[in-house]
Write a protein that binds this ligand. Structure first.
Ligand SMILES: Nc1ncnc2c1ncn2[C@@H]1O[C@H](COP(=O)(O)OP(=O)(O)OP(=O)(O)O)[C@@H](O)[C@H]1O
Ligand SMILES: [Mg+2]
Ligand SMILES: [Zn+2]
Length: 478
């Protein structure tokens, strides 16, 4: 399985190394408590997973760039950023751009053909909101480097770097103009209208562009990137025994109930978030993630059932697909097809085989189980974060489990287009959306959600009226 390494060598921008001792040192000065907290509170699960402190690397935003909206979530917006030089040279130019319109010089001395990390990375920046501030991305990156990399394995993670100068280069204003443009027509979720990137965030993230192979891919090869959120890959520790639904499907059932009775749902969940989300995305039966970690089948019938369920899981995420053979980027919501292409259909056996044999989902499941052994309801906010404080350590570990319950899996499939039919499909995956969760802010909400699922009977499937789900657990009871 191919996995691209995100090396320190990538920390050059347009051919220049932008890591100055002064800038790295200045930023690192904000970080010691974060780094030491991460090191102390996440014991290595195995001897070979020792915590490592990665030297802080940071690149600078060029002074003249053109930006294109790529995508957004609840907490972040993602853009393609192209130095002005590259536009002039015809690299990575797109329609619907925003530019800071400087004099056309990017001041970076770009050698032809080398656009540095910007050519293979996207700018991912937090939207303004509670708890978001100048150090937000520094915290996320310290967590990524010091906790997730050793725990999950660098090869499984979307590469990322810090980038500074978002505000001072004028890029922040461009990004918000692009979001304002989105508001005038194409915003995918009504509750995101009016959201903007945080204007005090000068340091943001450059994340490895998981669709860049699709954009570059020449025929006859075709690369498609499909996104999914594997969510809870092991049952919630506080689920009742005899549960018919996993945590992800129990929440989907609660969301379906909320969609059917929004006013009741708002009351029963005690917050408007779920009701808002439900109103924004109409209910459809969601695929169960437990198929990704299902036990090996014992009979041909079980084997056929698992293969069908895995393929269904892929197909249900097909609307997120970005393909070199399609002109429908994920950035144009609603324009991408939800039917697999002929090339993907042919690659079905290879994709299903890969999903059945990859380590990544079992590894994430094991970390989720190890880092949240007793459930959010057993965690308290008592005491300061200090050495030996059991409740603070439990909260810290819960945060890590919650990050890995909210990460995105980018599945890349490269197929032949028929001119080389014997060539097998190449499949790889990496995890992104790895923000550190703030348990001190979120614990009450996590607990409230768990209580609502238990009280509503959503694990047992005893809610009234009964909601339709497709939980892999449910099928084991049939
Ligand atoms: N590394 C990447 N490569 C390609 N596209 C990406 C990448 N990271 C993010 N995107 C695009 O940007 C969108 C928003 O990014 P992301 O999921 O990180 O935001 P978020 O606010 O953290 O989302 P959520 O609300 O799910 O937590 C994604 O759905 C995807 O379309
Ligand atoms: Mg996120
Ligand atoms: Zn399920």
């Amino acid at each position: 399985m191919a996995a691209e390494a995100d090396t320190v060598d990538d920390d050059t921008l347009n051919g220049r190394r932008y890591v100055s001792a002064t800038s790295a040192g200045a930023v690192a000065a904000h970080l010691p408590h974060l780094r030491s907290q991460a090191r102390q509170s996440v014991p290595p699960p195995a001897a070979h997973l020792q915590q490592q402190s990665t030297p802080l690397q940071i690149v600078s935003m060029p002074s003249a760039v053109t930006c294109t909206f790529v995508g957004e979530g609840s907490a972040n917006a993602v853009f393609c950023v192209t130095p002005a030089n590259d536009i002039a040279n015809g690299r990575r130019s797109n329609g619907n751009n925003g530019s800071n319109g400087s004099n056309g010089e990017n001041g970076t001395g770009t050698p032809a053909g080398d656009a540095g990390p910007l050519s293979a990375h996207l700018l991912r920046i937090p939207k303004a909101g509670p708890g978001v501030g100048p150090t937000t991305c520094l915290e996320h990156h310290a967590f990524y480097s010091d906790v997730l990399r050793p725990l999950v394995g660098t090869e499984w993670l979307v590469g990322q770097h810090l980038v500074r100068g978002i505000v001072s280069s004028g890029v922040s204003a461009i990004l918000n103009d692009l979001l304002a443009d989105m508001d005038r027509g194409r915003r995918s979720r009504p509750d995101w209208v009016g959201t903007r990137v945080a204007v005090d965030v000068d340091v943001a993230l450059l994340v490895e562009d998981m669709t860049s192979a699709c954009k570059r891919s020449p025929n006859p090869s075709t690369t498609t990137t499909i996104q999914c959120k594997p969510k809870w890959l092991v049952q919630s520790p506080s689920a009742p025994s005899g549960a018919h639904r996993c945590r992800t499907c129990a929440l989907a059932a609660a969301a379906a109930a909320a969609a059917a009775a929004p006013s009741r749902a708002k009351g029963s969940h005690g917050r408007s978030g779920l009701a808002k989300k439900v109103a924004a995305s109409p209910h459809k039966v969601k695929p169960c993630p437990l198929v990704l970690v299902a036990d090996p089948p014992m009979t041909p019938r079980e084997e056929a059932a698992l293969d069908a369920a895995l393929w269904d899981y892929v197909c249900q995420h097909m609307s997120s697909a970005v393909s070199s053979s399609s002109r429908s980027p994920a950035s144009l919501p609603g324009k991408s097809s939800s039917a697999p292409s002929m090339a993907l259909l042919k690659a079905r056996p290879a994709i299903v085989r890969w999903l059945r044999t990859t380590d990544i989902f079992r590894r994430i499941a094991a970390i989720q189980a190890e880092f949240d052994p007793h459930g959010a309801l057993s965690v308290t906010l008592e005491g300061p974060v200090s050495d030996g404080n059991a409740s603070a350590l439990a909260l810290d570990r819960l945060q890590t489990a919650m990050t890995l319950r909210d990460c995105t899996c980018f599945l890349r499939v490269t197929t032949s287009d028929g001119t080389a039919p014997s060539q097998p499909a190449a499949i790889s995956a990496k995890l992104g959306d790895l923000d550190r969760k703030n348990g001190r802010h979120k614990l009450a909400r996590w607990q409230e959600q768990e209580r609502a699922l238990l009280a509503g009977g959503y694990y047992l499937g005893t809610e009234e009226p009964r909601q339709q789900t497709q939980c892999w657990l449910e099928r084991q009871w049939e």
